[in-house]
Write a protein that binds this ligand. Sequence first.
Ligand SMILES: [Zn+2]
Length: 348
Amino acid sequence: MTRRQLLAYIPAAAALRSSRAADVPFEHIDTHTHIHRIVPELFAALEKDQWRCLSICVSRAIGDQASDLDEQIRGSAEVHRATKGRIAWATAFDARGFEDRDFAPRTIAAIQKAFDEGAIGVKIWKNIGMGIRGKSGYLLPDNAALSPVFDAIQKADKTLIAHIAEPDGAWMPIDKNNPEFGYYSQHPEWNMHNRPEMPRKDAILEARDRMLARHPKLRVVGCHLGSDEEHWDRLAKRLDTYPNFAVDMAARVRYFVRGDHEHARRFLTKYQDRVLYGTDFVLGSEDAAAAVHDIERPHNWDRQFFATKDTLTFRNSQTQGLGLPDSVVRKIFRENALRWLPGITAAA
Ligand SMILES: [Zn+2]
């Protein structure tokens, strides 16, 4: 065969290869769920569908609210064992005591115990920046009190999962023009409009960035597109500046659906190693069949949206899938999770 003849074959061979790659099923990973109790039907559905999940504990309490964190931790460790590791888990800590003298040793001992029970990461939540305050004012993510905890997470080779700040809608009036009307009409306590005493969004994100810079070896996954859901160029700059930072898209796929699809494709292709798939599925008190439906629906829809150019229905209107290359889809739905959340597929 001459070189010319050989070259003539390459496009066909490449097309064959890519259609084969699309056909090869792989196990998908949802890196952002909240599953803290045993529901065998849900676990069976995940196994049948070949999905894995990360169940994340959250310390939501502020002020003198009661905390349910211990229950979440106990439940998550149990779910992890019951699913033989199909559902991995991440722990959390209550940051309210950050001014206590024994805060760091106490917190580090608690997260170490969770690591011993298989936790692969530690979550911090938006109450750091938007809710917890001490004598010196609101606690921000770069507070020195948190530093030894972050060091301990890094030394244990675990990942920090950081939901810091909120979508821009948190600083807008709660009305129909607010892109997050659904959430803030239900949770006005997290809406910061007309609350000048609270830290601004950019101040909170800049504090998070200083934390990223101070802990360059700490892997950090920023939840919800790092709260830059409407600012992909700004997020791109942050990803360029902080190589230890990746983001999940939990509960934010709709920003890609509603946004400019060409821009979305460019962003996701350029940062294909830095974006993780997640849903923010919450296992509430619904029955098992409803829970199965609630997790399978986004898994299937989102997969189709990113992987195909199919016409899809989104909230009573039509949209088209992004049709990302198979290699990118595989990174977003699996390989990035393996790299940014080591241990996520470990057996329990
Ligand atoms: Zn969540």
